[in-house]
Design a protein around this ligand. Structure first.
Ligand code: ZN
Length: 332
């Protein structure tokens, strides 16, 4: 009799556990989620030999080779890469380093994300690790992130930001505790693009067409900012905007496109997005020689938003000697 009771208890418990896992969301199978372990310092040492410092994207081909060499799954590799990603972080205020590794659905490439904090400026200009990763994904023309390994539980701000992407609610998120959750389980009863009538979310949007004054069409920096604005995501304010940064003593131009959010506040400005690419490409804020911002506003003249004041303020904090040009674009 006791054996029967124990058996029934075991069956009931297993069922509840499995149901709980399915409710929260699993990666591919419950077994895979159970097999994930925290980053192993020995593996970090091995990975450092093959993933050079400054890496911000690991191609699928390279990731497959690494996973095979280490005899681990791609999901586990993402967790093992977190300590390497963290090295790119710049959190001088909190000194709290965040590392994120996202996996692009179409290509299988692994994209790193870290947090950026700006001294002598408001905390609300802080770029979170998940935002960094999505801004990189947008620059790389990635349409969807399938899964995400994180060094710490994603904050509410980031859950909201990730929820803006197409299919984002199905994104698998690996905790440091190695459990796997779908975003929709971490953000129940969410508010997103669909609530505001948008059918295509962040990353998966078509570019728009804008025009600037003919006198500026010979200026390469402005043209790059225009291109970034045309590829930005601003369905709610129509404040389509982009930033282009010229690197000191170099022909390199780094760009960033505005990334808006249905809840407004977690939006990432075009300058923040450009700084993500600047850091990912191995440059410093002091390398900024000049900046151009191109932005459009609502064509009907109704209330919109503008990036000019916040761009100017943040630029003054990080690169006070940089030249800046602010250009209004019109709809074509
Ligand atoms: Zn966050």
């Amino acid at each position: 009799m006791l054996k029967v009771v124990l058996f029934l208890l075991l069956v009931t418990f297993s069922h509840v556990y499995a149901a709980d896992k399915i409710e929260r969301g699993t990666c591919n199978t419950v077994m895979e989620s159970l097999a994930l372990t925290p980053p192993n310092p020995e593996i970090t040492k091995q990975l450092e030999k093959f993933v050079p410092a400054g890496t911000s994207v690991v191609s699928k081909a390279a990731a497959d080779k690494l996973a095979k060499m280490l005899n681990i799954s791609t999901s586990q590799l993402m967790i093992e890469l977190i300590p390497l990603a963290k090295k790119m972080a710049s959190p001088p205020i909190s000194e709290y380093y965040v590392g994120v590794v996202g996996r692009a659905k179409e290509t299988g490439d692994l994209i790193f994300g870290v947090n950026l904090e700006f001294p002598n400026h408001t905390l609300n200009q802080t770029v979170h690790g998940e935002q960094f990763m999505l801004a990189r994904a947008m620059s790389l023309k990635v349409k969807q992130i399938e899964s995400l390994a994180v060094s710490a539980s994603p904050c509410g701000h980031c859950r909201q930001f990730l929820n803006e992407t197409d299919g984002g609610s199905e994104m698998n998120i690996f905790w440091p505790k190695t459990e796997v959750f779908k975003l929709k389980a971490l953000l129940p009863f969410s508010f997103g693009p669909l609530d505001l009538g948008e059918t295509s979310g962040l990353l998966n949007t078509k570019s728009i067409k804008l025009k600037i004054s003919k006198s500026l069409t010979g200026d390469e920096l402005t043209l790059k900012a225009l291109e970034a604005a045309e590829n930005s995501y601003a369905p709610y304010s129509k404040n389509y905007s982009g930033v282009a940064i010229k690197i000191h003593r170099s022909k390199t131009i780094i760009t960033g496109s505005y990334m808006e959010n249905a809840a407004f506040n977690p939006s990432l400005s075009p300058l923040q997005a450009a700084l993500v690419n600047l850091v990912a490409e191995g440059f410093k804020y002091s390398d900024i020689e000049a900046l151009a911002l191109v932005e459009a506003q609502k064509p009907d003249g109704k209330a919109s938003s503008s990036q000019v004041e916040s761009t100017s303020a943040l630029l003054r904090s990080i690169a006070p000697n940089a030249n800046a040009k602010y250009v209004k674009a019109k709809w074509e």
